[in-house]
Design a binder for this molecule. Structure first.
Ligand SMILES: Cc1cc2nc3c(=O)[nH]c(=O)nc-3n(C[C@H](O)[C@H](O)[C@H](O)COP(=O)(O)OP(=O)(O)OC[C@H]3O[C@@H](n4cnc5c(N)ncnc54)[C@H](O)[C@@H]3O)c2cc1C
Length: 453
């Protein structure tokens, strides 16, 4: 598509008023700066404002309003819907704001709005501390936290958003608002799961927990044993103590047969915990990569390439994972006749269930698992087939669905009913009131949108 072009004098004005950099289509660096994780998304903004502080964010909002430009917000650039970039609009790019300060005594990390989990974990691990974050280092701390946050420490310490204790947010009208339990507590509630709807966060404060080494890595299962191994994973997760988080991934081998990867993360004191023994003794184990290693090593267990694959994700939270659903998942893995991508199964046992549900907007605590069909391909000619596979796969497990879908994994074509279902009607209306207070004109609508009431 042809580029929307801003007048030179407008760009000059923005370059002069922003402390950070400005990238327009003709500038070197524009192309890598508009790339996102999902190669299916190929958009060309009129301008990218590389903000370096709250003042820059307010200036960028002013500029967008003055030039009637749509706004997109970029943290780590991982959202599968590609919400971090828009055609012809302005991107508030926070990729230069990646500092993380740690107060080791208070066990609090203060992270700038564009920090990634790699930035965050490196800073906090220097103090022997950690927060429950995402499993891929290049994902943004803010984007992930505001959508909920499920990872290797979920059973131990809850959703990432349960650990959010404060934030500084610049609203689209240029106000700098602080959210904490004592100040704008309603905004803190909304940021805990309500997505990037209320403003651009320039700082997040997250509660930290002592942690250095974990027992983790990957267990791989193949052949006839996969079905039984998946059942074993389900049973272990259902009965697991809080010191064991556990996720699973269905994939395919070269012979087009399903393989199962289980990724446990154990932080307890036992040398050989019963649950890990149960996983290791499941049929079909072909590779045992589980060992004691640093938490930073655990955070590298999944490391997909950035911006290379086309992706389309669709899923449901489910109340249970009965044998019938396991059979359905395995059947869907081979339904396309070629490797379809992966199926992610995240357990929500442990701390998310004990957290004070009224303290956060995130509304899927009743679910046992979050299951996502992640179609992954490269050939543009196969778009329809792969998107179709993800949709049909999610439809096949919809009968077990509870609490809608996971905001952080939604594509841009999800209907508003799915976003509403993720919170429940009451919490959704409360979020709409909050949205009306901080973004009455719905400037921040390139997200899993909560329209103002
Ligand atoms: C490879 C991969 C691995 C992932 N792993 C996990 C995982 O382990 N656990 C999990 O729960 N999710 C995971 N996700 C999903 C991820 O949490 C969401 O897609 C999230 O939106 C990504 O945030 P980001 O900043 O990287 O993305 P971006 O695309 O940059 O931003 C997405 C949206 O987040 C909001 N946002 C970002 N930064 C700010 C800010 N500072 N202020 C206000 N709003 C902001 C905006 O609405 C923006 O449009 C993963 C996604 C991918 C692609």
């Amino acid at each position: 598509m042809s580029d929307a072009v801003l007048a030179d004098e407008s760009l000059t004005e923005l370059r002069r008023s922003l402390a950070g950099g400005v990238l327009a289509p003709a500038d070197a660096g524009y192309d890598p700066a508009r790339r996102c994780f999902n190669a299916l998304v190929d958009r060309r903004p009129a301008v990218i404002a590389r903000c370096v502080g709250a003042g820059d964010v307010a200036t960028a909002f002013d500029f967008a309003r003055a030039h009637a430009l749509e706004v997109a917000v970029r943290g780590g650039g991982h959202n599968p819907a590609g919400h971090c970039v828009c055609d012809g609009g302005l991107v508030i790019d926070l990729s230069q704001m990646r500092g993380v300060d740690v107060d080791g005594d208070a066990r609090i990390a203060r992270s700038e709005g564009g920090a990634t989990w790699l930035d965050f974990d490196a800073a906090t691990q220097a103090f022997g501390l950690a927060a429950p974050g995402g499993v891929v280092g290049s994902t943004g701390v803010a984007g992930l936290t505001f959508g909920g946050g499920i990872g290797h420490l979920t059973a131990q310490h809850g959703l990432t958003c349960d650990n959010l204790v404060g934030a500084e947010v610049v609203t689209p009208v240029g106000e700098v608002v602080r959210a904490s339990p004592d100040e704008n507590a309603e905004l803190l509630w909304g940021l805990r799961g309500g997505g990037g709807n209320f403003g651009v966060a320039t700082r997040l404060e997250l509660r930290l927990h002592p942690l250095e080494r974990v027992v983790g890595g990957r267990l791989a299962y193949g052949g006839e044993g996969v079905r039984e191994a998946l059942r074993r994973f389900r049973d272990v997760a259902a009965g697991a103590p809080r010191d064991l988080s556990c996720g699973a991934l269905l994939d395919m081998d070269e012979s087009l047969a399903p393989v199962l990867i289980v990724a446990p993360c154990y932080t307890g004191s036992e040398a050989d915990p019963e649950e890990l023994r149960a996983l290791r003794s499941a049929p079909g184990l072909v590779d045992d990569g589980v060992r004691s290693h640093t938490f930073l090593d655990q955070q590298r267990v999944f490391d997909p390439p950035y911006g290379e694959d086309r992706c389309y994700w669709k899923g449901h939270f489910v109340r249970e994972l009965p044998d019938e659903l396991i059979d359905e998942l395995l059947a869907r893995m081979v339904a396309l006749g070629r490797p379809p991508g992966q199926m992610l199964i995240e357990s929500l046992h442990g701390a998310p269930k004990d957290a004070d549900a009224t303290a956060a907007a995130a509304g899927f605590r009743d679910a046992a698992f979050n299951i996502t069909a992640m179609a992954t391909w490269q050939d543009t000619a196969l778009d329809r087939q792969y998107i179709g596979w993800a949709r049909e796969t999610a439809a096949a497990f919809e009968p077990w669905s509870v609490s809608g879908g996971y905001l952080n994994y939604m594509q841009a074509d999800e209907p508003i009913e799915r976003v509403r279902a993720a919170f429940g009607s009451q919490a959704f209306e409360r979020l709409q009131v909050l949205k009306g207070r901080h973004d009455p004109d719905n400037v921040l609508r390139r997200n899993q949108n909560i329209p103002p009431l």
